[in-house]
Design a protein around this ligand. Sequence first.
Ligand code: CS2
Ligand code: MG
Length: 402
Amino acid sequence: MTIRSARVIVTCPGRNLVTLKIETDQGVYGLGDATLNGREKSVVAYLEEHVIPVLIGRDAHRIEDIWQYLYKGAYWRRGPVTMSAIAAVDTALWDIKGKLAGLPIYQLLGGRCRDGVMVYCHANGTSIEDTLEVAQDYKSAGYKAIRLQCGVPGLDSTYGVSKDRMFYEPADNDLPTENVWDTPAYLRVVPELFKAGRDALGWDVHLLHDIHHRLTPIEAGRLGKDLEPYRPFWLEDATPAENQEAFRLIRHHTTTPLAVGEIFNTLWDCKDLIQNQLIDYIRATVVHAGGISHLRKIAQFADVFGVKTGCHGATDLSPVTMAAALHVDLSIPNFGIQEYMRHTDATYDVFPHGYRLSNGYMNVSDAPGLGVDIDEAKAAKYPYKRAYLPVNRLRDGTMFDW
Ligand SMILES: O=C(O)[C@@H](O)[C@@H](O)[C@H](O)[C@H](O)CO
Ligand SMILES: [Mg+2]
Protein backbone atom coordinates (compact mmCIF):
# COMPACT_ATOMS: atom_id res chain seq x y z
CA MET A 1 0.00 0.00 0.00
CA THR A 2 2.11 2.87 -1.31
CA ILE A 3 1.41 6.59 -1.16
CA ARG A 4 1.00 7.53 -4.80
CA SER A 5 0.07 11.22 -4.45
CA ALA A 6 -0.98 13.88 -1.98
CA ARG A 7 -2.39 17.35 -2.39
CA VAL A 8 -3.67 20.25 -0.31
CA ILE A 9 -7.22 21.54 -0.79
CA VAL A 10 -7.94 25.05 0.48
CA THR A 11 -11.56 26.14 0.70
CA CYS A 12 -13.41 28.97 2.42
CA PRO A 13 -17.09 28.07 3.06
CA GLY A 14 -17.47 30.88 5.57
CA ARG A 15 -13.89 30.56 6.85
CA ASN A 16 -10.63 29.12 5.47
CA LEU A 17 -10.14 25.38 5.90
CA VAL A 18 -7.08 23.43 4.73
CA THR A 19 -7.32 19.72 3.95
CA LEU A 20 -4.62 17.24 2.97
CA LYS A 21 -5.74 14.38 0.73
CA ILE A 22 -3.37 11.40 0.50
CA GLU A 23 -4.02 8.84 -2.23
CA THR A 24 -2.59 5.32 -2.40
CA ASP A 25 -1.68 3.09 -5.32
CA GLN A 26 -4.75 0.96 -4.57
CA GLY A 27 -7.12 3.91 -4.97
CA VAL A 28 -7.85 4.37 -1.25
CA TYR A 29 -7.49 7.95 0.02
CA GLY A 30 -7.43 9.60 3.42
CA LEU A 31 -8.09 13.13 4.68
CA GLY A 32 -6.30 15.25 7.26
CA ASP A 33 -7.14 18.72 8.58
CA ALA A 34 -4.26 21.23 8.35
CA THR A 35 -6.10 24.44 9.27
CA LEU A 36 -4.19 27.01 11.33
CA ASN A 37 -6.49 29.99 11.83
CA GLY A 38 -4.91 33.20 10.53
CA ARG A 39 -1.77 31.43 9.25
CA GLU A 40 -3.33 28.89 6.87
CA LYS A 41 -0.97 29.46 3.92
CA SER A 42 2.09 28.70 6.09
CA VAL A 43 0.89 25.13 6.59
CA VAL A 44 -0.06 24.82 2.92
CA ALA A 45 3.52 25.74 1.98
CA TYR A 46 5.03 23.45 4.61
CA LEU A 47 3.02 20.54 3.27
CA GLU A 48 3.50 21.25 -0.45
CA GLU A 49 7.18 22.22 -0.31
CA HIS A 50 8.57 20.03 2.46
CA VAL A 51 6.24 17.16 3.35
CA ILE A 52 4.49 15.85 0.24
CA PRO A 53 7.77 15.26 -1.69
CA VAL A 54 9.02 12.88 1.03
CA LEU A 55 5.68 11.06 1.34
CA ILE A 56 5.47 9.76 -2.20
CA GLY A 57 6.37 6.07 -2.43
CA ARG A 58 6.16 5.42 1.33
CA ASP A 59 4.11 2.58 2.83
CA ALA A 60 0.82 4.16 3.94
CA HIS A 61 0.51 1.55 6.69
CA ARG A 62 3.57 2.87 8.53
CA ILE A 63 1.81 5.65 10.42
CA GLU A 64 4.15 5.97 13.41
CA ASP A 65 7.28 5.59 11.28
CA ILE A 66 6.12 8.39 8.98
CA TRP A 67 5.22 10.52 12.01
CA GLN A 68 8.76 10.02 13.43
CA TYR A 69 10.30 10.67 10.02
CA LEU A 70 8.47 14.00 9.64
CA TYR A 71 9.10 15.00 13.27
CA LYS A 72 12.75 14.03 13.66
CA GLY A 73 13.64 14.45 10.00
CA ALA A 74 12.74 18.15 10.01
CA TYR A 75 15.45 18.79 12.62
CA TRP A 76 13.51 21.97 13.56
CA ARG A 77 10.92 20.55 15.94
CA ARG A 78 7.49 21.43 17.34
CA GLY A 79 5.47 24.59 16.72
CA PRO A 80 1.98 25.06 15.24
CA VAL A 81 2.97 24.96 11.56
CA THR A 82 5.11 21.83 11.71
CA MET A 83 2.73 19.95 14.00
CA SER A 84 -0.39 20.89 12.01
CA ALA A 85 1.29 19.54 8.89
CA ILE A 86 2.31 16.32 10.66
CA ALA A 87 -1.21 16.10 12.11
CA ALA A 88 -2.76 16.22 8.65
CA VAL A 89 -0.54 13.40 7.40
CA ASP A 90 -1.17 11.30 10.51
CA THR A 91 -4.94 11.74 10.38
CA ALA A 92 -5.09 10.93 6.66
CA LEU A 93 -3.08 7.73 7.21
CA TRP A 94 -5.41 6.63 10.01
CA ASP A 95 -8.33 7.33 7.67
CA ILE A 96 -6.72 5.08 5.03
CA LYS A 97 -5.97 2.35 7.57
CA GLY A 98 -9.58 2.36 8.75
CA LYS A 99 -10.92 2.20 5.21
CA LEU A 100 -8.63 -0.75 4.43
CA ALA A 101 -9.66 -2.54 7.62
CA GLY A 102 -13.33 -1.76 7.02
CA LEU A 103 -13.51 -0.32 10.53
CA PRO A 104 -14.20 3.12 12.06
CA ILE A 105 -10.99 4.49 13.57
CA TYR A 106 -12.20 4.22 17.17
CA GLN A 107 -12.26 0.42 16.70
CA LEU A 108 -8.61 0.50 15.64
CA LEU A 109 -7.87 2.55 18.78
CA GLY A 110 -9.25 -0.11 21.10
CA GLY A 111 -13.00 0.24 20.73
CA ARG A 112 -15.57 2.20 22.69
CA CYS A 113 -15.05 3.35 26.27
CA ARG A 114 -18.44 5.14 26.24
CA ASP A 115 -21.71 5.17 24.39
CA GLY A 116 -21.49 8.82 23.36
CA VAL A 117 -19.28 11.91 23.62
CA MET A 118 -20.59 14.68 25.87
CA VAL A 119 -20.09 18.03 24.16
CA TYR A 120 -20.31 21.65 25.24
CA CYS A 121 -21.75 24.42 23.12
CA HIS A 122 -21.15 28.17 23.12
CA ALA A 123 -23.71 30.61 24.52
CA ASN A 124 -22.66 34.19 24.04
CA GLY A 125 -24.18 37.65 23.88
CA THR A 126 -23.33 41.31 24.29
CA SER A 127 -25.10 41.31 27.68
CA ILE A 128 -25.63 38.77 30.46
CA GLU A 129 -29.33 38.64 29.58
CA ASP A 130 -28.62 37.96 25.89
CA THR A 131 -26.10 35.27 26.80
CA LEU A 132 -28.48 33.46 29.14
CA GLU A 133 -31.32 33.62 26.62
CA VAL A 134 -29.12 31.68 24.19
CA ALA A 135 -27.97 29.35 26.99
CA GLN A 136 -31.58 28.55 27.89
CA ASP A 137 -32.24 27.55 24.26
CA TYR A 138 -29.21 25.23 24.32
CA LYS A 139 -30.33 23.69 27.62
CA SER A 140 -33.80 23.12 26.15
CA ALA A 141 -32.11 21.48 23.14
CA GLY A 142 -30.60 18.90 25.48
CA TYR A 143 -27.02 20.10 25.93
CA LYS A 144 -25.48 18.97 29.21
CA ALA A 145 -22.70 21.58 29.13
CA ILE A 146 -22.73 25.21 28.02
CA ARG A 147 -19.91 27.73 27.76
CA LEU A 148 -20.88 31.24 28.83
CA GLN A 149 -19.15 34.28 27.30
CA CYS A 150 -20.62 37.78 27.46
CA GLY A 151 -19.69 41.29 26.47
CA VAL A 152 -17.67 43.44 28.86
CA PRO A 153 -19.29 46.78 29.80
CA GLY A 154 -17.32 49.62 28.25
CA LEU A 155 -15.73 47.48 25.53
CA ASP A 156 -16.99 47.46 21.93
CA SER A 157 -16.10 43.80 21.49
CA THR A 158 -14.46 40.93 23.32
CA TYR A 159 -13.34 37.35 22.68
CA GLY A 160 -16.11 34.83 22.30
CA VAL A 161 -19.02 37.18 21.56
CA SER A 162 -20.21 36.78 17.99
CA LYS A 163 -21.91 39.44 15.96
CA ASP A 164 -24.71 37.20 14.68
CA ARG A 165 -25.27 34.91 17.71
CA MET A 166 -25.00 31.83 15.55
CA PHE A 167 -21.58 31.35 14.04
CA TYR A 168 -18.63 32.76 15.97
CA GLU A 169 -15.74 33.33 13.58
CA PRO A 170 -13.03 35.51 15.13
CA ALA A 171 -10.85 35.75 12.00
CA ASP A 172 -12.79 38.65 10.61
CA ASN A 173 -10.70 40.88 8.39
CA ASP A 174 -8.10 41.07 5.64
CA LEU A 175 -5.88 42.67 8.30
CA PRO A 176 -6.09 42.18 12.07
CA THR A 177 -8.96 43.95 13.85
CA GLU A 178 -7.64 45.88 16.85
CA ASN A 179 -9.76 45.57 19.99
CA VAL A 180 -9.41 47.35 23.33
CA TRP A 181 -9.13 45.25 26.49
CA ASP A 182 -9.98 46.12 30.10
CA THR A 183 -9.18 43.47 32.72
CA PRO A 184 -10.87 45.12 35.76
CA ALA A 185 -14.16 45.46 33.86
CA TYR A 186 -13.89 41.81 32.78
CA LEU A 187 -13.17 40.61 36.33
CA ARG A 188 -16.31 42.39 37.52
CA VAL A 189 -18.71 41.00 34.90
CA VAL A 190 -17.81 37.29 34.83
CA PRO A 191 -18.90 36.53 38.43
CA GLU A 192 -22.15 38.38 37.68
CA LEU A 193 -22.57 36.24 34.55
CA PHE A 194 -22.09 33.00 36.49
CA LYS A 195 -24.37 34.02 39.39
CA ALA A 196 -27.09 34.89 36.89
CA GLY A 197 -26.28 31.71 34.98
CA ARG A 198 -26.85 29.46 37.97
CA ASP A 199 -30.03 31.40 38.92
CA ALA A 200 -31.41 31.00 35.39
CA LEU A 201 -30.11 27.58 34.35
CA GLY A 202 -29.92 25.73 37.66
CA TRP A 203 -27.38 23.11 38.69
CA ASP A 204 -28.07 20.20 36.38
CA VAL A 205 -26.05 21.72 33.55
CA HIS A 206 -22.27 22.21 33.37
CA LEU A 207 -21.16 25.81 32.90
CA LEU A 208 -17.77 26.63 31.38
CA HIS A 209 -15.81 29.79 30.62
CA ASP A 210 -12.83 30.65 28.44
CA ILE A 211 -10.55 33.36 29.81
CA HIS A 212 -8.61 33.09 26.56
CA HIS A 213 -5.14 33.82 27.98
CA ARG A 214 -6.07 37.32 29.21
CA LEU A 215 -5.30 37.23 32.93
CA THR A 216 -2.16 37.20 35.03
CA PRO A 217 -1.85 34.18 37.33
CA ILE A 218 -2.98 36.12 40.40
CA GLU A 219 -5.94 37.63 38.50
CA ALA A 220 -6.88 34.12 37.37
CA GLY A 221 -6.65 32.94 40.98
CA ARG A 222 -8.96 35.80 41.95
CA LEU A 223 -11.53 34.92 39.28
CA GLY A 224 -11.33 31.22 40.07
CA LYS A 225 -12.06 31.97 43.73
CA ASP A 226 -14.91 34.37 42.84
CA LEU A 227 -16.54 31.67 40.69
CA GLU A 228 -16.22 28.81 43.22
CA PRO A 229 -19.78 29.30 44.58
CA TYR A 230 -21.10 28.67 41.03
CA ARG A 231 -19.06 25.49 40.49
CA PRO A 232 -17.80 26.03 36.91
CA PHE A 233 -16.93 22.86 35.03
CA TRP A 234 -13.67 24.63 34.12
CA LEU A 235 -11.91 27.92 33.54
CA GLU A 236 -10.03 27.68 30.25
CA ASP A 237 -6.76 29.29 29.22
CA ALA A 238 -6.58 31.21 32.49
CA THR A 239 -3.18 32.69 31.68
CA PRO A 240 -0.68 32.40 28.81
CA ALA A 241 0.71 28.90 29.22
CA GLU A 242 4.18 29.22 27.78
CA ASN A 243 5.12 29.49 31.45
CA GLN A 244 3.59 26.24 32.69
CA GLU A 245 4.79 27.09 36.23
CA ALA A 246 2.33 30.01 36.32
CA PHE A 247 -0.48 27.53 36.88
CA ARG A 248 0.98 26.59 40.25
CA LEU A 249 0.05 30.06 41.56
CA ILE A 250 -3.50 29.76 40.23
CA ARG A 251 -3.82 26.28 41.72
CA HIS A 252 -2.72 27.67 45.08
CA HIS A 253 -5.65 30.14 45.17
CA THR A 254 -8.63 28.27 43.79
CA THR A 255 -10.30 24.87 43.50
CA THR A 256 -12.04 25.86 40.25
CA PRO A 257 -10.97 23.25 37.66
CA LEU A 258 -8.50 24.48 35.04
CA ALA A 259 -8.31 23.59 31.34
CA VAL A 260 -5.55 24.57 28.92
CA GLY A 261 -3.90 23.47 25.73
CA GLU A 262 -5.76 24.33 22.54
CA ILE A 263 -2.63 26.12 21.30
CA PHE A 264 -0.26 23.34 22.41
CA ASN A 265 1.35 21.25 19.69
CA THR A 266 3.13 18.44 21.55
CA LEU A 267 3.17 16.55 24.82
CA TRP A 268 6.26 18.53 25.77
CA ASP A 269 4.14 21.72 25.92
CA CYS A 270 1.99 20.25 28.70
CA LYS A 271 4.11 17.53 30.37
CA ASP A 272 4.83 19.62 33.48
CA LEU A 273 1.25 20.84 33.79
CA ILE A 274 -0.02 17.27 33.68
CA GLN A 275 2.53 15.47 35.86
CA ASN A 276 2.31 18.18 38.53
CA GLN A 277 -1.50 18.11 38.30
CA LEU A 278 -1.59 21.87 37.74
CA ILE A 279 -4.56 21.39 35.39
CA ASP A 280 -7.64 19.19 35.28
CA TYR A 281 -8.28 19.08 31.51
CA ILE A 282 -5.90 19.09 28.56
CA ARG A 283 -7.36 20.82 25.47
CA ALA A 284 -4.86 19.76 22.80
CA THR A 285 -6.54 18.35 19.72
CA VAL A 286 -5.90 16.45 16.52
CA VAL A 287 -5.17 19.21 14.03
CA HIS A 288 -2.64 21.23 16.07
CA ALA A 289 -1.06 18.51 18.22
CA GLY A 290 0.41 16.10 15.73
CA GLY A 291 -2.69 14.14 14.78
CA ILE A 292 -4.47 11.12 16.23
CA SER A 293 -1.22 9.32 17.11
CA HIS A 294 0.21 12.14 19.23
CA LEU A 295 -3.11 13.15 20.78
CA ARG A 296 -3.42 9.57 22.06
CA LYS A 297 0.03 9.83 23.64
CA ILE A 298 -1.01 13.06 25.37
CA ALA A 299 -4.25 11.44 26.58
CA GLN A 300 -2.43 8.32 27.83
CA PHE A 301 0.14 10.45 29.69
CA ALA A 302 -2.66 12.57 31.17
CA ASP A 303 -4.49 9.43 32.31
CA VAL A 304 -1.54 8.47 34.51
CA PHE A 305 -1.98 11.73 36.48
CA GLY A 306 -5.77 11.87 36.61
CA VAL A 307 -6.02 14.63 34.02
CA LYS A 308 -8.90 14.35 31.56
CA THR A 309 -9.23 15.48 27.95
CA GLY A 310 -11.30 18.42 26.76
CA CYS A 311 -10.40 18.70 23.08
CA HIS A 312 -10.64 22.01 21.31
CA GLY A 313 -13.49 22.02 18.78
CA ALA A 314 -13.99 25.51 17.36
CA THR A 315 -15.19 26.12 13.82
CA ASP A 316 -11.64 26.91 12.66
CA LEU A 317 -11.01 23.18 13.03
CA SER A 318 -12.66 21.42 10.10
CA PRO A 319 -15.19 18.55 10.27
CA VAL A 320 -12.18 16.30 9.56
CA THR A 321 -10.72 17.23 12.96
CA MET A 322 -14.11 17.00 14.68
CA ALA A 323 -14.54 13.44 13.41
CA ALA A 324 -10.97 12.46 14.31
CA ALA A 325 -11.32 13.92 17.79
CA LEU A 326 -14.58 12.03 18.32
CA HIS A 327 -12.88 8.75 17.44
CA VAL A 328 -10.22 9.49 20.08
CA ASP A 329 -12.87 10.72 22.57
CA LEU A 330 -14.76 7.44 22.24
CA SER A 331 -11.70 5.25 22.75
CA ILE A 332 -9.87 6.71 25.78
CA PRO A 333 -10.65 6.07 29.48
CA ASN A 334 -9.97 9.67 30.63
CA PHE A 335 -12.29 11.55 28.31
CA GLY A 336 -13.58 14.74 29.89
CA ILE A 337 -15.63 16.73 27.41
CA GLN A 338 -15.55 17.75 23.74
CA GLU A 339 -16.00 21.29 22.47
CA TYR A 340 -18.53 21.50 19.66
CA MET A 341 -19.29 24.58 17.59
CA ARG A 342 -21.65 23.99 14.70
CA HIS A 343 -20.08 24.68 11.29
CA THR A 344 -21.92 26.58 8.59
CA ASP A 345 -24.25 24.71 6.24
CA ALA A 346 -21.81 25.51 3.41
CA THR A 347 -19.02 23.81 5.39
CA TYR A 348 -21.12 20.71 5.92
CA ASP A 349 -21.97 20.75 2.21
CA VAL A 350 -18.24 20.66 1.38
CA PHE A 351 -17.49 18.06 4.09
CA PRO A 352 -20.20 15.37 4.14
CA HIS A 353 -19.81 13.44 7.40
CA GLY A 354 -21.43 10.83 9.55
CA TYR A 355 -21.06 12.26 13.05
CA ARG A 356 -24.31 13.33 14.68
CA LEU A 357 -25.44 15.24 17.77
CA SER A 358 -28.24 13.89 19.91
CA ASN A 359 -29.40 15.26 23.24
CA GLY A 360 -26.00 16.76 24.10
CA TYR A 361 -23.91 13.78 23.00
CA MET A 362 -22.02 13.25 19.75
CA ASN A 363 -21.39 9.99 17.97
CA VAL A 364 -19.57 9.00 14.81
CA SER A 365 -21.04 6.78 12.11
CA ASP A 366 -19.54 3.31 11.82
CA ALA A 367 -18.26 4.12 8.35
CA PRO A 368 -14.70 2.84 7.83
CA GLY A 369 -12.00 5.37 8.69
CA LEU A 370 -12.96 8.89 9.81
CA GLY A 371 -16.44 8.92 8.28
CA VAL A 372 -15.86 12.30 6.61
CA ASP A 373 -15.33 13.17 2.95
CA ILE A 374 -14.61 16.32 0.95
CA ASP A 375 -16.54 17.34 -2.15
CA GLU A 376 -13.76 18.91 -4.17
CA ALA A 377 -16.09 20.47 -6.72
CA LYS A 378 -17.98 22.26 -3.95
CA ALA A 379 -14.73 23.12 -2.16
CA ALA A 380 -13.55 24.87 -5.33
CA LYS A 381 -16.57 27.18 -5.18
CA TYR A 382 -15.14 28.86 -2.04
CA PRO A 383 -11.73 30.38 -2.79
CA TYR A 384 -9.26 31.23 -0.01
CA LYS A 385 -9.80 34.65 1.56
CA ARG A 386 -7.04 35.95 3.79
CA ALA A 387 -8.31 36.59 7.31
CA TYR A 388 -6.52 37.41 10.55
CA LEU A 389 -7.45 36.80 14.15
CA PRO A 390 -8.00 40.06 16.08
CA VAL A 391 -5.42 41.62 18.38
CA ASN A 392 -5.96 43.29 21.76
CA ARG A 393 -4.47 46.46 23.07
CA LEU A 394 -4.95 47.97 26.53
CA ARG A 395 -6.51 51.40 26.78
CA ASP A 396 -3.02 52.95 26.82
CA GLY A 397 -2.18 51.17 23.58
CA THR A 398 -0.06 48.38 25.07
CA MET A 399 -0.23 45.16 23.00
CA PHE A 400 -2.03 42.45 24.95
CA ASP A 401 -3.34 38.88 24.59
CA TRP A 402 -6.49 38.42 22.55
O1 CS2 B 1 -11.99 27.69 23.12
C1 CS2 B 1 -12.21 28.10 21.98
O2 CS2 B 1 -13.00 27.59 21.17
C2 CS2 B 1 -11.48 29.35 21.51
O3 CS2 B 1 -10.33 29.54 22.26
C3 CS2 B 1 -11.25 29.28 20.04
O4 CS2 B 1 -12.42 29.74 19.44
C4 CS2 B 1 -10.09 30.10 19.53
O5 CS2 B 1 -10.32 31.46 19.82
C5 CS2 B 1 -9.99 29.90 18.04
O6 CS2 B 1 -9.81 28.53 17.80
C6 CS2 B 1 -8.82 30.69 17.47
O7 CS2 B 1 -8.74 30.46 16.09
MG1 MG C 1 -10.36 28.47 24.02
